[in-house]
Design a protein around this ligand. Structure first.
Ligand SMILES: Cc1cc2nc3c(=O)[nH]c(=O)nc-3n(C[C@H](O)[C@H](O)[C@H](O)COP(=O)(O)O)c2cc1C
Length: 177
């Protein structure tokens, strides 16, 4: 393992409970990333009871709630982020800076500091036709977000925008999460 930390956020898009671990989390961990996984509250319900096994992949707990102010941060600050799958709801919140759960809190902060970020949107045609959707994509693109089309392309795009060899050891400092 390189010591480089990857924040991985999943929201509640159909099928995430079937592919998230084997098609995304495990290949990323096998590449050498230390995964800091945070789920939206809905995704946490869907992925339960697999969350413990997911944390065991890299030794960090899977998060879906905020810490108490008196508690230490459960995750180091990630070097890069993957947001997959991104629902219409959570993608809109990220574009607008709405951090009303732990997953959006870490994503919004990461976008603020322009951390490398690969996003895999998963939306129905009706959701994609919402009049605000193209604007949300444009905001995210302008902040350097790279979009992927499936879990395999998430891994490829991440290799391109955040090559592991270019990242040093993570000191875990910074941010509020
Ligand atoms: C079975 C099922 C499948 C869904 N699939 C999607 C989807 O693919 N994309 C999407 O944007 N929303 C989908 N939704 C709706 C989201 O789960 C819903 O908008 C939820 O509030 C998203 O919460 P989150 O973004 O905090 O995870 C689905 C809902 C259900 C019940």
């Amino acid at each position: 393992m390189s010591g480089a930390v990857l924040g991985v956020v999943a929201s509640a898009a159909g099928g995430v409970e079937r592919w998230f671990v084997d098609a995304l989390a495990r290949p990323l961990a096998e590449k050498g990333w230390r995964l800091a996984v945070t789920l939206t509250p809905s995704a946490a319900r869907w992925l339960e009871p697999g969350t413990e096994a997911l944390g065991a992949l890299t030794g960090l707990p899977v998060r879906w709630t905020s810490r108490l102010p008196t508690e230490p941060r459960p995750h180091p600050v990630p070097d890069a982020f993957v947001f997959a799958p991104a629902t219409a709801n959570s993608l809109a919140k990220l574009a607008l800076g709405i951090a009303d759960n732990q997953a959006l809190t870490v994503l919004c902060e990461a976008l603020g500091r322009r951390a490398p970020m690969v996003v895999l949107p998963q939306l129905s045609d009706d959701q994609a036709a919402h009049p605000a959707f193209e604007g949300h994509l444009a905001v995210l693109r302008s902040a350097g977000v790279v979009f992927a089309t499936d879990p395999a392309s998430v891994v490829r795009e991440l290799d391109r925008v955040a090559p592991l060899v270019a990242l040093g050891e993570n000191d875990g400092n910074g941010a509020t999460g």
